[in-house]
Design a protein around this ligand. Structure first.
Ligand code: PMT
Length: 398
């Protein structure tokens, strides 16, 4: 298993909203993720953009007219409807939504939507009053009740000058919606996967804290991979600069004790726990309520107490437990002893010494060790791919 977009046919319907300019980036992101993208532009969309804008990104012809003798649809008007693994309408105007809700088929996009058996996602983009109008709301509910996904819209400043509900979601969020739809019957469908991420923060006083270099990227990428295989993915995250990913519940915590409580609660009905977080082993014995003063002393000592080991103290039973070992020497040996001492099913021995691996990078080098003695060296991969390889093993154990 890998990114569910790889090798899949996505039909992207682009309709006449100023948000069409974002559809260019969206098409590009879908292509970069490995999808084959067929674009259908309505007449309205062609008032904003030229077909060549899309065809130069997708390297495929753009459909602009149901009756164009040059178009594939003139020979088989439902060709895209049959070929699509998913149809995404982005931006979706009030007009396009109304036509789909009422089963109209007078243009290439409407006809494709009426004929397709593939899942359909609409990304509304319009003025807030148009979106809130009961007519649009009724049409949106009608589409939803027939199984369509309505992605967004977001709130914010609109082209009309109004501030309200009507902004098209950002392209990266829409790409994630496509992944979720394509992956929803995946091999983790119906499973709950809890992932911890980031570096815990242990306060000393209201100003200072002890933390580490974890960015949260590894944990977030594992959760995204689980989501893209149909899982109910939950992240328990220490503070990071990362936005909450689409379609994933994120529980925000700061300290190791808060992380323990949140992970324990989430694991009550979980199928697997993957601890990618860098949890502080120690915390300050006392947290000063006021800022500590520098004074005249040349040294300063903070008494530390041990934090509980979260992964060692949790669960067992049928839940699969995966840990990480961030190591700078004797990587595999040290990971092996943590696998045993923490009662894990799998551990990812993580070499943090090279520049393309470990903390804050987009790639990682890990060796997977499992409780039965299996050793799998993954080499250099994106953190998302590392997530998939760990999940391959989790699926086998579940
Ligand atoms: O977030 P990134 O910037 O992407 O970086 C990713 C990473 C390097 C942080 C990640 O890949 C990683 O290696 N995470 C584990 C880091 C770590 O704290 O390793 P450890 O050897 O100290 O702990 C071993 C395991 O026990 C880990 O799964 C850890 O989450 C868990 N642990 C540790 C201490 C503790 N009190 N409770 C725990 O559950």
């Amino acid at each position: 298993m890998t990114d569910p977009l790889v090798g899949r046919h996505v039909t992207l319907g682009v309709t006449g909203s100023i948000a069409c300019y974002k559809a260019v980036d969206l098409a590009s992101k879908l292509v970069q993720a490995g999808a084959m993208v067929d674009v259908i532009m309505t007449d309205g969309a062609q008032e904003f953009l030229w077909p060549i804008t899309f065809s130069s990104i997708t390297h495929r012809p753009v459909v602009t007219n149901l009756f164009d003798p040059q178009s594939e649809l003139s020979m088989d008007h439902v060709a895209l409807a049959k070929r699509s693994d998913v149809v995404l309408v982005a931006p979706a105007t009030a007009d396009a939504i109304a036509k789909a809700a009422w089963g109209m088929a007078g243009d290439a996009l409407s006809a494709t939507l009426l004929a397709t058996e593939a899942p359909v996602i609409f990304a509304p983009a319009m003025d807030a009053n148009m979106y809130d109008n009961p007519a649009t709301q009724e049409n949106v509910s009608k589409l939803r009740s027939r199984g369509a996904v309505i992605a967004g819209p977001a709130e914010g400043r609109l082209a009309s000058g109004l501030v309200g509900r009507g902004r098209m979601l950002e392209p990266s969020a829409l790409v994630d919606h496509v992944r979720i739809v394509l992956g929803r019957d995946g091999d983790l469908s119906g499973k709950k996967i809890v992932v911890s991420a980031g570096g815990t923060q242990e306060p000393i006083d209201p100003v200072r804290m002890i933390t580490n270099r974890s960015s949260g990227k590894m944990g977030f990428a594992i959760a995204e991979a689980a989501r893209d295989r149909g899982a109910n993915a939950v992240i328990v995250s220490a503070p990071t600069a990362l936005p909450d990913p689409t379609g994933i519940t994120v529980v925000h915590v700061e300290t190791a004790l808060e992380m323990r409580d949140a992970v324990t609660a989430q694991c009550e009905d979980a199928d697997a726990l993957i601890m990618a977080a860098a949890v502080a082993d120690w915390r300050s014995a006392e947290v000063a309520s006021q800022k500590l003063k520098k004074g005249s002393a040349e040294t300063m000592t903070i008494e530390m107490v041990k934090n509980p080991d979260i992964v060692a103290g949790i669960g067992g039973g049928r839940m699969v437990k995966v840990g990480f070992a961030a190591e700078s020497e004797d990587v595999v040996e040290n990971a092996q002893s943590k696998l045993l001492s923490k009662g894990l099913d799998i551990i990812a021995a993580n070499d943090i010494t090279s520049a393309d691996s470990g903390f804050a990078t987009d790639t990682n080098r890990v060796v997977l060790l499992d409780r039965d003695g299996g050793v799998t060296e993954l080499g250099l991969l994106s953190k998302y791919e590392v997530g998939h390889r760990i999940l391959d093993k989790v699926v086998q154990m579940l």
